[in-house]
Design a protein around this ligand. Structure first.
Ligand code: COA
Ligand code: MG
Length: 316
């Protein structure tokens, strides 16, 4: 699972090298807002990207290129750089509904043919940056070819709404920003793609980033975008199941060992959705190969391999 997505302005070669050497699961090489508006800066960034993506030791599986918005003239120059360079995916800003994803998929397909690339470049759409984009989120109802994830962001939305702050005094998102976040999560689930949480721009505030990562992970987000390497460990730590969650999951599965219906645990009712959640927690923890899985639970870990997951039995 890709829990950490690190943005880096593509016009800064030293930072790009640092991002690629970091532990980020995915590196978003930015040709859009992080580079500024001047065409010559964008051109310089594309030159750097071409060089970096062309290097033998660049791990292109982790490379995503944030192109400019579909409405921008830059897009015709950005797409060839990403496709010819063999990036795994492109990140589309200011996405307004599934039609934009379909349009981008066509442009990518044409570029792949031109550059003799056989891989299908994936799409991560940032779908909450304009009021229109937020209003079109409910249109994401089905899987779309190439669409890997929906991401949300509150900075451009604040500008589009002519607001001055997207957070309240306690630091939590307010009003339309919280609504956009929730709509993005719902749309991602309806479309069957990853849901990536917005960046936390106060990058020196580690506690704040941790609080937000925990809160949004518990809402359902799969991952969080980062703007600074120092955020990566914090985010990763929050998006992997905690020892307490793993312990809880084992206890839930223990209660359902012989099958059966609704029962109780710690004074609350548990039934099938809790069993599914418990299985997902244990699967995620196994994938992450967490070293802090309680040793005493190794026997139970072996047991869950025999439990059927929803995708295996198709009944859940
Ligand atoms: N990727 C890779 N390296 C990064 C980085 C990033 N996103 N952000 C910071 N670094 C590097 C710095 O270059 C610096 O390296 P050095 O020690 O070799 O000089 C080191 O990490 C420490 O950086 P720091 O001094 O704490 O921050 P800064 O003032 O240099 O940079 C930002 C602050 C916000 C400008 C920078 O983090 C950044 O560019 N983030 C991404 C911005 C972006 O892409 N925005 C668009 C998407 S929202
Ligand atoms: Mg932006």
């Amino acid at each position: 699972m890709k829990h950490t997505w690190l943005f880096v302005p593509a016009d800064d070669e030293a930072k790009v090298a640092k991002a690629l050497a970091s532990s980020a699961d995915a590196v978003i090489l930015d040709l859009e807002d992080g580079v500024g508006e001047a065409p010559e800066r964008k051109a310089g960034a594309r030159r750097i990207l071409t060089r970096v993506l062309g290097q033998d030791d660049t791990d292109r599986r982790r490379c995503y290129v944030r192109i400019n918005a579909l409405a921008s003239d830059e897009i015709t120059l950005d797409i060839p750089v990403a496709v010819a360079g063999g990036a795994t995916g492109v990140v589309l800003p200011k996405c307004e509904g599934p039609q934009d994803v379909v349009r981008l998929a066509k442009l990518l397909s044409e570029a792949e043919q031109r550059h003799g690339r056989s891989n299908a470049t994936l799409i991560v759409a940032i779908a909450t940056e304009t009021a229109r984009g937020v209003q079109l989120l409910p249109k994401f109802q089905h899987a779309l070819p190439r669409l890997e994830a929906l991401m949300w962001g509150a900075e451009d939305l604040c500008s589009d709404l002519r607001g001055t702050s997207n957070r309240g005094p306690d630091g939590a998102y307010v009003g339309p920003y919280a609504a956009a976040r929730d709509a993005c999560l719902l749309a991602a689930r309806a479309a069957g793609v990853l849901a990536i949480d917005a960046v936390y721009i106060a990058f020196r505030d580690t506690e704040g980033c941790k609080r937000e990562s925990q809160a949004h992970k518990s809402l359902g987000f799969d991952a969080k975008a980062a703007i600074h390497p120092s955020q990566l460990d914090v985010i990763r730590g929050c998006f992997r199941p905690t020892p307490a969650q793993i312990e809880w999951a084992h206890r839930v599965l223990d209660r359902f060992e012989g099958g059966g219906g609704a029962t109780t645990l710690d004074g609350s009712m548990i039934d099938t959705p809790h069993v599914k959640l418990a299985r997902r927690i244990l699967e995620e923890s196994q994938k992450a190969s967490q070293p802090d899985v309680p040793a005493a639970r190794q026997g139970s870990n072996r047991r869950i391999r025999h439990l059927r997951t929803p995708s295996e039995d198709g009944t859940c």
